[in-house]
Design a protein around this ligand. Sequence first.
Ligand code: FNR
Length: 186
Amino acid sequence: MSTTRNVAILVGSLRKESLNRKLAKALIAIAPPPLQMEIVEIGQLPLFNQDWEADPPQAVRDFKARIAAADAVLFVTPEYNRSVPGVLKNAIDVGSRPYGKSAWSGKPGAVISVSPGAIGGFGANHHLRQSLVFLDVPALPQPEAYIGHASKLFDEQGALKDDSTREFLLKLLQTYAQWIERNRAR
Ligand code: FNR
């Protein structure tokens, strides 16, 4: 695999000190070739309104163009009330319309949920997968990634403290790279 594969990372938290954003940055730092990953911001998006779906605001057009240009999409999300944070669901909805013009269709996906709690955002992870089925985003089934106790993972600079977590994430990205190759030409 010599060609670069551009992966858009969607982070489901807008918090400055977000653990999910720290994890996304750690992924960017360890991404193996051919993966080239970058965070596509979602906090600037307006709340979806079907009234403007045929003539959307510029922020929506720009966001859809970024997703359309990516080879793959990776979601790194907290769990809010056992489900997907509204800000991430909004971005998914914004990118999905108008019907038949979704930016997500066919992009190989992966889901990582991150929480300071013990369950590692399992509920959000699987609720998100439900939407991805409808959006025709084939989501990497294994390894599953429910990253719990996440407030202990990072040092003061936001770097991963723990070798076993780094190794797990690297293995996940290597498997995801193969998944992208298998699914991108569907
Ligand atoms: C949470 N949190 C949370 N955690 C969890 O494991 N399961 C849950 O259902 C919830 N629900 C929830 C709802 C709301 C509205 C908030 C603000 C928080 C805690 C959450 O995991 C914690 O705040 C994380 O640190 C959020 O992720 P970031 O912002 O650090 O990436």
